[in-house]
Ligand binder design. Sequence first.
Ligand SMILES: Nc1ncnc2c1ncn2[C@@H]1O[C@H](COP(=O)(O)OP(=O)(O)O)[C@@H](O)[C@H]1O
Ligand SMILES: [Mg+2]
Length: 327
Amino acid sequence: MSRTTMLQIGDQFDHFQIQAHIAQGGMSDIYRAFDMLTSKEVVLKIPDKLSIGDPAQYERFQRELEVMRTLQHPAILKGLGSGKFNSTPYLVTELIEGESMRELIARLAPLPSAEAVSLIRKIADGIAHCHDHQIIHRDLKPENILIAAGGQPVVLDFGLALTKKAFRVTYANLSSTAGTPDYMAPEQIEGQRGDVRTDIYAVGTMLFELLAGRTPFSGDTNLAVMAQHLKGSAPRVDKIQSSVSPQLAAVVARCLQREPEDRYKDMHALVHDLDNLDQVDVSILDKVSTPSPLKAFLRTPVFKTIGSTLMLILVIIVLAFVLKSIH
Ligand SMILES: Nc1ncnc2c1ncn2[C@@H]1O[C@H](COP(=O)(O)OP(=O)(O)O)[C@@H](O)[C@H]1O
Ligand SMILES: [Mg+2]
C-alpha cells in the first residue's frame, strides 16, 4: 500500500468488511471486501481521498454499474451493486483473482504471436459484445484488463464508457485523470466523442505491445506521445519483432490507422481477421507511416477558419449577384 487510504483492513463499511487494499485507480481505491449480507468476497470501488467530495462520483458509479448490468460476457466484469455509506459512494463488483494485463506484459512480453492473438481475440470478443449493446469502452488499456485463472481476460473500468444515454460525459470531464495517452486514439486526443473504431485503435495498440514488448509510440512526455498518435506513424510491428508474420502486422496496422475510416469498421471484422490470419490482405503495410498531408491540413484549425471565411465571402458574392440581377 503506497499511501494512506480511506479504509483500513478490518474496517467495516456499510455491510462490508475490508480485507485488503487491492489497487489505486485513477480516482478511486479498490478493496477486497467480505459482504456480510451474502457471505461472499467482492470488490469495492470507493473514491480516493482527492475525489471523495466530488458530487458527480455517485452518478458515475451508478452509470458504471448500469453499463456492467447491460452486459453478460465472460470477458466483461460483473457489477453487483452500488450505494452510499456515510455520504461516500461506492461500487460493488465481482472479485477477479489473477493479475492485470499490465503485470502480464511486464512479466512475459513480447509474447509468441499465437498467445498474443489468443488473448486479444478473447478481449475483442468481449468488446464486440459491448459494441453490440451500443457501449463504447473508450479507456481500454492493460491496467483495465485482468487475467483471471485459466487465462480468461476480464475487461473492467467502464467509468469513461459512452452509452446511448450518456452523450454528455466527455473526455474533457473525465480524462484529465485518466493517465497514460499510450492507448488513446487520435480522435480522442482531438477531444471527439469516439466510436467503436476508437476501441479498435486501443485493442490494436495492446496487440502491438504484447507482440513487441513496447507500445507503438514512446516519448518523454504525454504531449510528445499524443503528438505521435496524431501524426499516425506507428511502426510496423514485424519490423520490431521478426517472428511476427506480415499478415499479423497488417492486422495491427489496420487497427492503428490515423483515420477511423481506414480502420476495421467494427470489432467483428477484427475478430474475423484474427481467426483467418492466412487470408489477411497485407497491402496496407505499404501505406504504414505515410499520413496524408492533405488530410492533416484539412483538420487544422487554420483550415477550418479559412474554410468558413471563404464560405462567408462566397455567400455574400452570391447574394450581391442575386440582388443585382433583380434590379
Ligand atoms: N473486480 C476486480 N477484481 C480485482 N482487481 C480489480 C477489480 N476491479 C479493479 N481492480 C484493480 O483495481 C485497479 C483500478 O480499478 P479501476 O476500476 O480501473 O479504477 P479506476 O476507474 O479508478 O481506474 C485495476 O487496474 C485493477 O488492478
Ligand atoms: Mg482504471
